[in-house]
Design a protein around this ligand. Structure first.
Ligand code: MG
Length: 380
């Protein structure tokens, strides 16, 4: 099997030999790079396994066929590997970052995250899934005898924080070690785009399959999808609509990924980016879609927002989920002795609201349901 090694990497890729390393130094592995080891540690973590029972958009109440946060993560990893390999980036680092990118998500998708953030605001605090993911890999995962957390390399920890947004040093002094005034390596930059391509395509797919979206609506309001669907309709007029939809969706993902690779390559050449130091020092992120395709992609995102994420069926369930998060949070905040003993013990060192937030954020959808039933004795 071919392994990535520094000779095959582009000069702007992150070479494993230049890693800033782990908090607790460890001897090198005989046949796995540091980033391959990080990828493996992530896959073997409890937080990764819990993704299987965390909502992406649709909960299990709809169907077992739709994406959950684990299958979404695998799709992001697949896209990330393709993009990284095509640009001769460090594929192992990109894969590790893709696999870890959502481990900080609480149950119930973005509704759960917004609810927790709102509850924390009452304590002049906040919940942020990227920062929570860092706490998961640094503190909450307890697997190894020699150190707490997963002891991941600097670049993976940095990518966890910086893959989707920038944090300014004035507001986040605890993150000062992560070069907040610099861009992350390209392997981290590409995760945000791979994530967006994965969920736009997946949400069209699951939205259509759930019949919350229909084809005419998608053709009307997503011009890039329409452009790709038309030749399929002409060539296969009698084929099943679902198969024509699938073919167009496949071409959509291919078009977005191809544009991402090509436009990023052009940017790197145009600015003569020839080292990871230049990537870091560049004033803006260098991975992105071309302006035209970015606009078409935004239309898809807006379409999904207006027609799927805010659909009455989806939002009714979301309100129920948010209520459960709120009631459980409030209950534990008032009755911290109801927390599991290990969490109650943490309230000696940390504020109760932070411990409650960490406890709820780590729950799967099912576990939150069972806790809700336990304390409130009903399904409502
Ligand atoms: Mg994601």
């Amino acid at each position: 099997m071919k392994r990535s090694c520094s000779q095959e990497l582009a000069p702007y890729a992150m070479p494993p030999g230049k890693s800033l390393g782990r908090i607790h130094p460890e001897p090198p592995h005989p046949y796995r790079s540091d980033y391959e080891r990080d990828r493996d540690r992530i896959i073997h973590s409890r937080a990764f396994r819990r993704l299987e029972n965390k909502t992406q958009v649709f909960s299990r109440r709809y169907s077992d066929h739709f994406r959950n946060r684990l299958t979404h993560t695998l799709e992001v990893a697949q896209i990330s590997r393709t993009v990284a390999r095509s640009l001769r980036l460090n594929q192992d680092l990109a894969e590790a970052l893709a696999l870890v990118h959502d481990v900080g998500h609480p149950p119930y998708g973005h509704a759960g995250e917004a609810a927790l953030n709102q509850l924390m605001a009452d304590y002049h605090d906040r919940f942020d899934h990227n920062l929570h993911a860092l706490r998961v890999v640094e503190i909450f995962e307890q697997k190894y005898v020699a150190f707490p957390g997963l002891n991941l390399t600097f670049e993976v920890r940095e990518g966890i924080i910086k893959h989707s947004r920038d944090y300014d040093a004035a507001h986040y002094p605890s993150l000062s070690a992560y070069f907040l005034d610099q861009r992350p390596p390209l392997e981290a930059q590409l995760i945000d785009l791979a994530d967006e391509i994965a969920y736009n395509c997946a949400d069209l797919d699951d939205g259509y399959e759930s019949r919350l979206l229909d084809l005419s609506q998608i053709l009307d309001q997503a011009p890039l999808f329409r452009k790709l669907y038309k030749p399929i309709e002409r060539k296969f007029p009698d084929a099943l609509e679902k198969l024509k939809f699938n073919e167009a969706l496949k071409r959509l993902m291919d078009a977005l990924v191809t544009d991402l690779i090509q436009s990023t390559r052009i940017e790197l050449q145009r600015h003569r980016i020839d080292s990871v130091e230049k990537v870091r020092a560049w004033k803006i992120r260098l991975v992105g879609l071309s302006p035209g395709v970015a606009a078409e992609n935004r239309q898809i995102k807006a379409f999904l927002h207006e027609n799927l994420y805010t659909h009455t069926d989806v939002s009714a369930e979301r309100s129920r989920m948010v209520r459960h998060v709120e009631r459980l949070f409030t209950y534990f905040a008032r009755h911290p002795r109801s927390l599991p003993p290990a969490y109650f013990a943490k309230t000696r060192a940390d504020p109760v609201h932070r411990v409650v937030c960490d406890y709820i954020a780590g729950m799967t959808d099912n576990y939150l349901q069972s806790q809700y039933r336990k304390f409130f004795h009903r399904n409502g």
